[in-house]
Design a protein around this ligand. Structure first.
Ligand SMILES: Nc1ccn([C@@H]2O[C@H](COP(=O)(O)OP(=O)(O)OP(=O)(O)O)[C@@H](O)[C@H]2O)c(=O)n1
Ligand SMILES: C[C@](O)(CO)[C@H](O)COP(=O)(O)O
Length: 253
């Protein structure tokens, strides 16, 4: 991270809240869906603020969404809303453009990970301050994970659609979360490079770390949190409600 030793790094946070929430199936953008009576975006912004690390926060909301813009307006002036894009990387780029140019580092966070404890933000920020250019929080994988491929069309038996092609060593696998932290110039460069990806390569981008990996940068892994689940399906929402009802959110598991 390019900062002089005499002053603390200036950190910006991008919150991506521009998704439609198809898998949750509420018929409204996911970040608007109520969680313990308040829109998910309110919880996500509170989580970012509880971490108390951001000089500026840019939130990508669905284009034209006035409700989410009004939620951002209720937070301090360091929070600004911008129209997101059709894909997550496009939303990240839109929010990045809204952040000040003089930041040392940027953390990119999913609004859908509305209950991330402050300690996770702190671990990512601390690794950046210690010299990493790219840092992601992650947790060990609890399931056995298989590589699979479609069964060949010519195969006689049609017992199932896919076949196992391998079993990766689980001890090396991690389930990756957000906030993902980067040197600010590096993240901007990685997203600029992604603009020239072909359609299939662009469609395969599922997080920001992939983009800096493709520039050859080392990405460090710090401990994530089970509380930092990505609310994706109706069952995730039930779990998030239960966490909030238990009063244990923002506390390390
Ligand atoms: N065009 C998009 C797509 C996603 N996101 C954000 O990226 C995060 C992770 O995306 P995901 O959980 O997949 O959200 P959705 O795209 O809304 O979900 P779905 O794929 O079920 O529609 C979310 O906070 C979502 O709001 C975004 O800002 N802009
Ligand atoms: C960025 C992310 O949350 C890391 O796990 C995840 O890849 C987002 O995936 P989604 O399919 O856009 O929810």
């Amino acid at each position: 991270m390019s900062t002089t030793p005499s002053r603390p790094p200036r950190i910006g946070v991008v919150v991506v809240a521009g998704g439609s929430g198809q898998r949750l199936g509420y018929g409204m953008p996911k970040a608007q869906v109520p969680l313990a009576g308040e829109p998910m975006l309110v919880h996500a912004l509170r989580a970012v603020q509880a971490a108390d690390i951001a000089a500026a926060i840019a939130v990508a909301v669905p284009a034209g969404d006035t409700l989410m813009r009004s939620i951002c307006d209720r937070f301090p002036a360091t929070v600004s809303a911008v129209d997101g894009g059709a894909t997550r990387p496009e939303s990240v780029r839109a929010a990045l453009r809204a952040l000040p140019a003089d930041l040392d580092a940027v953390l990119v966070h999913d609004a859908a990970r509305a209950l991330t404890p402050p300690e996770v933000f702190h671990r990512v920020a601390a690794a950046l301050a210690a010299g990493a250019s790219a840092v992601i929080p992650a947790i060990p994988v609890v399931d056995t994970v298989k590589d699979t491929a479609p069964v060949r069309e010519s195969a006689e038996s049609a017992v199932a659609a896919r076949l196992v092609t391998g079993t990766p060593d689980r001890s090396r696998l991690r389930a990756v979360q957000t906030p993902q932290g980067f040197d600010a110039a590096l993240l901007r460069r990685a997203h600029e490079a992604a603009l020239s990806f072909d359609k299939d390569t662009a469609a395969a981008v599922t997080d920001d770390a992939m983009l800096v990996e493709s520039l050859g940068t080392e990405v460090y892994v710090v401990e994530g949190s089970q509380l930092s689940l990505k609310i994706t399906t109706p069952l995730d929402l039930v779990l998030a409600e239960a966490i909030l009802a238990g009063g244990n959110h923002r506390q390390e598991d």
